[in-house]
Design a protein around this ligand. Structure first.
Ligand SMILES: Cc1cc2nc3c(=O)[nH]c(=O)nc-3n(C[C@H](O)[C@H](O)[C@H](O)COP(=O)(O)O)c2cc1C
Length: 202
């Protein structure tokens, strides 16, 4: 018997590790679905010094994403820390280089979800999540959020919204991931994987 799993791309940018922690929880949710496998990838930082280039291999964390990951994945979870209520420029820069895949519809019809981390509780979790949905919608992806059937969505005092998973990292970026945030991030990964699996059957 051939044992095949469908890859689900978890693509994030993280400067200090908070968004990376969320990416790992989303991946955990994806891996909990039999038949699905998380493929965790990141994007390089961008520099204001035009000549500066990143090493082709990141010093730590996930490998850099390649455009072949778009073709191979059955779904995508996209994460970035907030930067003034918006996604980080590194992630925006990456999407600005995906016109060929936009033209050819590589991601069209595949499910997607978003996640973020912020320094302050009301510093832009929801606006950042919404900002990340925009390129995904232009690529024709099917956006998934979190449903209120998850009780944590009503009670959370840290992160998590109908628009996606989120973490409040605090002024020094050291607040731990709460139980509610953790539950909601795992649930989002699971929901993405289950949807990708269902769509494969159509
Ligand atoms: C330039 C810059 C802008 C930021 N803007 C915001 C903001 O608008 N709202 C907020 O709550 N946090 C803001 N932050 C804080 C980060 O979003 C927060 O520390 C996040 O958890 C970092 O994620 P990371 O550990 O994955 O890098 C900003 C940080 C930087 C460096």
């Amino acid at each position: 018997m051939i044992n095949t799993t469908i890859p689900i791309l978890v693509l994030y940018y993280s400067r200090h590790g908070s968004t990376r922690q969320l990416a790992q929880l989303i991946a955990q949710g994806i891996d909990s679905v039999i038949g699905c496998e998380a493929r965790v990838r990141t994007v390089p930082a961008v520099s204001t010094v035009i000549e500066a280039t990143e090493s082709p291999i990141p010093a730590d964390g996930a490998p850099y994403v390649e455009l072949s990951d778009f073709k191979e994945c059955a779904g995508l979870a996209l994460g970035s820390p907030t930067r003034f209520g918006n996604m980080a420029s590194a992630m925006k820069y990456f999407w600005d280089g995906t016109a060929a895949d936009w033209v050819s519809g590589t991601l069209c019809g595949k499910p997607a979800c978003v996640f973020t981390s912020t320094g302050s509780l009301h510093g832009g979790q929801e606006s950042t999540l919404l900002s990340m949905m925009l390129p995904l919608m232009h690529h024709g992806m099917l956006i998934l959020g979190l449903p209120y059937t998850l009780p944590e969505l009503m009670t959370t005092k840290s992160g998590g919204s109908p628009y996606g998973a989120s973490h409040w990292s605090g002024l020094d970026g050291k607040l731990p991931i709460t139980e509610d945030t953790r539950t909601l991030a795992i649930a989002l990964g699971k929901r993405l994987a289950e949807t990708a699996l269902q769509l494969q059957k159509i």
